[in-house]
Structure formats: structure tokens, C-alpha cells
Design a protein around this ligand. Structure first.
Ligand code: FES
Length: 120
């Protein structure tokens, strides 16, 4: 597993930019933890917990639109930058991880930017 150390901590290579849909997400794992790597229409890439905080559903299977991902089961939406739920029934945020793009590869930081979001 390729890693880079930065002032923001350790980042792990999770996939290539080419592995991502133009708009959408893929699920990757870091140390057994499922993370959704999401590209929105602006081209920005985000990394959030893959598991919906409402029930055990993969958010990487949801729709990506307007800076949010929507859980396909009951329609909760999560802000890709903050992890905050923006639509019920989920009320708890998902964790958000820092992302770096280097030479066409996507690296995700191991430490969440909003560690108080405990997910499920
Ligand atoms: S499982 Fe995601 S909104 Fe219900």
C-alpha cells in the first residue's frame, strides 16, 4: 500500500482518478474501514465514511449531486465537505477524510477532519 507522509498526517493511495466515475463514487478500504471516494460534477474528489449513519447501507452506491451523496435506501443526503446529514432520516454525520491527488492517483488521509462524527 503506497503511503505519503505530510504535515496533515499519513495519506494512503486508494485508487487512480481513472477508477472514479465522472460523477459518482467507489468504495475503498483503509485498514478494513470502508470509505466512499466521491467525485462530483465540478471534478472535486471527496472521501467520507461509506456506511450511512441511518442503517448499514453503502453510500458509494448512492447518487451524487450538488455536493451531496444521497443514500439509495431511504434518501438521506450527506454533505461531501462536512459529512453533515442534509436530509432525513439520518441525523448523525459521517466522517470526512482529507484527499490529495498526486500524479493521477487518489490519496486519502487516515485521520478524519471531523473526528467527533462517530458514524453508526
Ligand atoms: S439506510 Fe441510508 S437513509 Fe436509511
Amino acid at each position: 500500500m503506497t503511503e505519503i507522509d505530510t504535515s496533515q498526517g499519513t495519506f494512503v493511495k486508494v485508487c487512480s482518478l481513472d477508477d472514479l466515475p465522472d460523477v459518482g463514487a467507489v468504495c475503498v478500504e483503509i485498514d478494513g474501514h470502508a470509505i466512499a471516494v466521491v467525485r462530483e460534477s465540478s471534478g472535486a474528489v471527496h472521501a467520507i465514511d461509506d456506511t450511512c449513519t441511518h442503517e448499514n447501507i453503502s453510500l458509494s452506491e448512492g447518487e451524487v449531486e450538488d455536493g451531496e451523496v444521497e443514500c439509495w435506501l431511504h434518501g438521506s443526503r450527506f454533505d461531501l465537505r462536512s459529512g453533515a446529514p442534509t436530509g432525513l432520516p439520518a441525523t448523525r454525520p459521517v466522517q470526512v477524510y482529507p484527499v490529495k491527488i498526486e500524479d493521477g492517483d487518489v490519496f486519502v488521509g487516515a485521520d478524519p477532519m471531523n473526528p467527533s462524527a462517530t458514524g453508526k
